[in-house]
Design a protein. Structure first.
Length: 135
């Protein structure tokens, strides 16, 4: 897997658009401002060694922050998050535009506070198949 440090949301978008390999994204910043969903279509793991709170925000209202597209594996591990400024219906959701693809989703050792605008932490469309969901 490729291991990369990302300090901004733009770093994350660029990394995911330029590679098709498995990726470990180490969040190095404190504030991430998103203007579109983060589409996960392969094995992607978000993690951090920092004990500081990482603030996730969006400049517009998103359907979800993370979208699980076909045959994806998303792991969110070892993070302390604040999502007060995140405007999204769901924190993580499956892609509703594709077919019935399999996916895996895991959140481990994550604390998240201030879920003000998210209706769902995880939303799965009827047409998708989870191999595993671990929270």
């Amino acid at each position: 897997a490729i291991v990369a440090q990302c300090k901004t949301a733009d770093d994350i978008y660029k990394l995911l658009s330029n590679s098709h390999d498995a990726i470990v994204i180490e969040l190095q910043g404190r504030d991430y401002l998103f203007d579109k969903p983060v589409v996960v279509n392969r094995d992607v793991r978000f993690t951090s060694n920092s004990k500081n709170t990482i603030h996730l925000a969006s400049s517009i209202t998103l359907t979800s922050l993370f979208v699980l597209a076909g045959k994806s594996n998303l792991s969110i591990n070892n993070l302390h998050l604040s999502v007060q400024a995140l405007k999204a219906k769901s924190f993580v959701a499956t892609d509703i535009s594709g077919g019935s693809e399999h996916y895996n989703f895991q959140m481990k050792n994550v604390s998240a506070e201030d879920f003000v605008s998210c209706q769902y932490i995880f939303y799965a469309a009827k047409s998708t198949l989870a191999d595993s969901i671990t929270m």
